[in-house]
Design a protein around this ligand. Sequence first.
Ligand SMILES: [Zn+2]
Length: 276
Amino acid sequence: VRELTCELPQEVDDALRARAARTGEDVSRIVARALADWLQVGHSTVFQASTAGALMEGVAGGAVTVADLLRHGDLGLGTFAAWDGELVVVDGTAYRVGGDGVAPAPDDAETPFALVTRFVADHQVQLEHVETVAELHAALDDLRGTENEFLAARIDGPLERLHTRAVCRSGVTTPLAVAAESQTEFEVSDTEATMVGFWTPPHLRSLGITGWHLHAVTRDRATGGHVFDCRGGPLSVRVQHLADFRLSIPETAAFLHADLTADRSRALDAIEHPRS
Ligand SMILES: [Zn+2]
């Protein structure tokens, strides 16, 4: 343990002492935890912008920028404001996958919903072959151990078949179910790809897209999107348990005034995990 002396603005010092007085924790523990959180060390956090329930209600305007999102992680997925394509974050680069192909997303592009983490794998296995995405999910389930916390996953390797979709630009108030009606689907054969994504616990069904949710980019960065199905191998599979969940609530009029009380989880599941 090292001792740190630093200068603080009066208002930060006041807030720190008020927190210590309220919780009974000592000041240096609060500072150490806040720094660990800010610097993303010592624990694994998943950062999520907005909620799946809000997407279902058509709260699809920008909540955070790509630059902000990348401050919270180097692996992740999401979509863009007004449903302008699928977002895939691999090795700290955010890509936009649209009907017109794959390109790095500009820093000022905005997302209405995304999840990212700083990926450090806890477990790694090699899968010789998967016939379907359901088989891949089952292999990921074997590494999961629990339904009730987040996991991040990264899968790399050759695929004989990759079936994805990308949503297409519509409006900032278009519900996901309507946006999904005009999605573009892609079928690629014999490619190398990276798939990244998350297990969101079923008990968070109003907040997240529960279950496994994977987005892909091909190694040649020609295509990708939200993964519907895949076949191939051998695949390198890595997962990370994420015990901390940070939800950023968009302070936009659209979000703050939306009625988010309905349970849309079944309709959401049908869109995100169509049975094929
Ligand atoms: Zn998706």
